[in-house]
Structure formats: structure tokens, C-alpha cells
Design a protein around this ligand. Structure first.
Ligand code: CA2
Length: 161
């Protein structure tokens, strides 16, 4: 059983805690990542976080996940949620299970945030619960790995929408 879980944050999430606290809360990304690392290590898992403002860097990172022995990914694609077929293709290519997390409830914001290029590939989606969403996703990932893991994410979507 893999004991390595990756947390991947998309663009601008490095600004957490410094701007727009009404939408994204007051916790910094470093605080969120430290909480996840501790929560994981208390349960015997290595939780490694990565953030980038660059689509290609996120894709390069995801492509290395299988060789790094990663068993599960927790992903907040940030604005790439709504734009990036390339990032979606990277997730599909590595065929690792992942949970999509959003701090805000993307369904009660602007209409352009309601569509995600990731949700139909994800094992699950959490939105609107702030940093707790990451923690809940991590708990679910740990339980899934302990149970033998879910079916890997499908290599290609049948969703025509
Ligand atoms: O709610 C989420 O987690 C989002 O993925 C955050 C993205 C947004 O584009 C998605 O629609 C929903 C934006 C992340 C920007 O983060 C900031 C944090 C602090 C200050 C400014 C931006």
C-alpha cells in the first residue's frame, strides 16, 4: 500500500491569508500544508505539498507522481479548474485517484466557475468548506488507501458535456 499522498495547489493559492479573506479565509498555504503533513504523519502517511502558478510546472509535477510512489492526489487546480484541458489530461494519464478540493463553493459564485475540467475524473469533490476541505479529503484518501484504494481514475472521460 502506498503511504505517499500528494497535495497540489494551483495558481495564486500562494496568496492565501494575505488577500480576499472573505472568500478564501485567513489561513496561509503554509499553515494548511503543515496541518495536512501532521495529520498524515500521525496516521503513518507522508503528505507532500506542491504549489505553482505555472500550468506546465503543475503538469511536470503530476507526471512524476507514479515514479514517486504516490497513491493518491489531493488537487485544488484553482483557476485552472475552469480552463485547463492540459492539466486534466495529465491527471488522466497518470491514472492516480484524486480528490478535487476548492476552498470556496464554486457553485455559488460566478457562472464561469461552475464548470470543472476535473470533477468527472475525480474520486470526489469538496467545495466551500475552506481549509477543512483539504483535511476531509486527506482523511478520505487515507481511508481509501487503507481499504485497498478505489478504482484508478478513468483514463478517458465519457462525459460529452
Ligand atoms: O475556491 C477555490 O479553492 C478556487 O479553486 C480558488 C481559485 C478560483 O479561481 C477557483 O474558481 C476556486 C482562486 C485561487 C486564488 O487564491 C487567492 C487567494 C488569496 C488571495 C487571492 C487569490
Amino acid at each position: 500500500m502506498s503511504k505517499t499522498i500528494w497535495v497540489i495547489h494551483g495558481p495564486n493559492l500562494n496568496l492565501l491569508g494575505s488577500r480576499e479573506p472573505g472568500i478564501y479565509g485567513t489561513a496561509t498555504l503554509a499553515q494548511i500544508d503543515a496541518d495536512l503533513a501532521k495529520f498524515g504523519s500521525d496516521q503513518g502517511f507522508s503528505v507532500e505539498s506542491f504549489q505553482s502558478n505555472h500550468e506546465g510546472a503543475l503538469i511536470d509535477h503530476i507526471q512524476t507522481a507514479p515514479a514517486a510512489g504516490v497513491g493518491f492526489i489531493i488537487l485544488n487546480p484553482a483557476a485552472y479548474t475552469h480552463t485547463s484541458v492540459a492539466l486534466r489530461d495529465a491527471l488522466a494519464a497518470v491514472a492516480l485517484p484524486f480528490i478535487e478540493v476548492h476552498l470556496s463553493n464554486i457553485h455559488r459564485r460566478e457562472p464561469f466557475r461552475r464548470h470543472s475540467y476535473f470533477s468527472d475524473l475525480a474520486v470526489g469533490v469538496i467545495a466551500g468548506l475552506g481549509p477543512s476541505g483539504y483535511r476531509l479529503a486527506l482523511q478520505a484518501a487515507i481511508e481509501s488507501l487503507r481499504a485497498g484504494g478505489p478504482a484508478a481514475a478513468p483514463a478517458a472521460s465519457t462525459n460529452k458535456g
